[in-house]
Design a binder for this molecule. Structure first.
Ligand SMILES: Cc1ncc(COP(=O)(O)O)c(C=O)c1O
Length: 391
């Protein structure tokens, strides 16, 4: 059977995901030290699970909710957006989504016509690139400034704008680099969007995990940006709720009915059980976020210390947020990040993610996750120390 005649061109042309290729290769080995996980290793806090069980027992989770989600959750989201993100929001400006990913997909499908160009910082989260391709948009990858902590290259973004540019899509804190775009840079980005009538779509999944003196800034907190920004958030990272598939987006009331037209065919509504869990998460103690932050900060420092010992092999920018970092490979055989990752896996069973998965500027880099127990970090680096000292 020639399956190619049956599949969509835009899907056929999409490259196989390097992340998934590495994940399936890792399964062939035992005793793997994983630095490739991008999901919280802690479990969901007990009080959130209890609230979900209560909702089941009360029969609240049996049917669909409205497509935008239960009102109490959207009210709690507005309180959080106001206090944490400085975004003034009303419940009718919120859509509860099936994770940040569905929110992003709905935002992209609602705004991008075939052939529209979407500017993305490079390297960036590969899912963003693929979502633009699925909408038949054209991802325009603009390299970031690696030596300045992978910050935005504002001049290059301005130069990349053409009559076809429709939107800018970014995540901050960033996957895979751990960059945190400053308020100053995001205000410059806002000026570009306003001057060129562009939509801005944000992915703020790691908003709570910021280190040192850096601060998270939501571009929708700038009043003039509200009519043109779709901000996507999630419970996945803040509350270690990866499997609950619950997130939300905020947009101006004029945009919401259009985004809803894309949201409903994607999911109808997010899992109702997860909406009750998310409500409990927002209304309960926020200590878990503080705890996770402390754990990730310690893990980041440990990983940086261990990378310092391998300074002949890797050069790196200290991540300012998220739980990911993106060292550059300095060895002669490090130009092809996929080959390098496969070698690490094959020779010492250390699983990492090849930088090329995150855009052309990602080549010659690895993504490492420090969202793993310190023993795992030490084990992986002991193996690498040993391996590279013998080479
Ligand atoms: C930048 C970014 N956005 C979104 C997600 C996934 O979010 P969700 O689980 O809410 O769909 C991830 C997961 O790793 C991520 O790194």
């Amino acid at each position: 059977m020639n399956y190619k005649t049956k599949m969509a061109k835009r899907v056929l042309e999409m490259e196989k995901s390097a992340i998934h290729e590495m994940t399936s290769l890792s399964k062939k080995y035992s005793d793997v030290a994983f630095l490739s996980w991008a999901k919280p290793s802690s479990g969901t806090p007990e009080f959130i699970k209890t609230a979900a069980v209560d909702a089941i027992n009360k029969g609240l989770a049996d049917g669909y909710s409205t497509s935008s989600g239960i009102l109490e959750l959207r009210e709690a989201i507005c309180d959080k957006l106001e206090s944490f993100n400085k975004i003034n929001a009303s419940p009718h400006e919120i859509i509860s989504t099936t994770g940040a990913i569905e929110g992003l997909a709905a935002a992209i499908f609602a705004t991008i016509d075939p052939g529209d160009e979407v500017i993305l910082p490079d390297p960036t989260y590969s899912t963003h690139i693929r979502q633009v391709l699925l909408a038949s948009g054209i991802p325009v990858l603009v390299p970031t400034l690696e030596n300045e902590g992978f910050s935005l290259d504002i001049d290059a973004i301005r130069d990349a704008i053409t009559p076809k540019t429709k939107a800018i899509l970014y995540c901050s804190p960033a996957n895979p680099t751990g960059a945190v775009f400053s308020e100053k840079q995001l205000r410059q980005l806002a000026d570009i969007a306003l001057e060129n009538n562009l939509v801005v779509i944000t992915d703020e999944a790691y908003e709570s995990f910021i280190f040192d003196d850096y601060k998270h800034f939501s571009i929708a907190s700038i009043d003039e940006m509200k009519p043109r920004t779709i901000s996507c958030f999630t419970f996945t990272k803040n509350y270690a709720m990866t499997g609950w598939r619950i997130g939300y987006l905020h947009a101006h009331e004029d945009l919401i009915p259009q985004i809803t037209k894309a949201h409903i065919p994607l999911t109808i509504c997010p899992p109702v059980i997860s909406q009750y869990a998310a409500l409990a998460a927002l209304r309960g103690s926020q200590d878990c976020i503080t705890k996770f932050n402390k754990i990730y900060l310690e893990a980041r420092n440990l990983m940086c210390d261990r990378l310092d010992e391998l300074s002949a092999v890797f050069d790196y920018q200290k991540p300012r947020g998220s739980y990911l970092m993106f060292p550059r490979i300095l060895t002669d055989d490090g130009q092809d990040s996929m080959v390098f990752c496969k070698k690490l896996l094959h020779n010492i069973q250390v699983s990492t993610t090849p930088g090329i998965a995150f855009g052309p500027s990602g080549e010659s880099h690895l993504r490492l996750s420090f969202c793993v127990p310190s023993e795992m970090i030490n084990d992986a680096f002991d193996r690498m120390d040993n391996y590279f000292s013998k080479k």
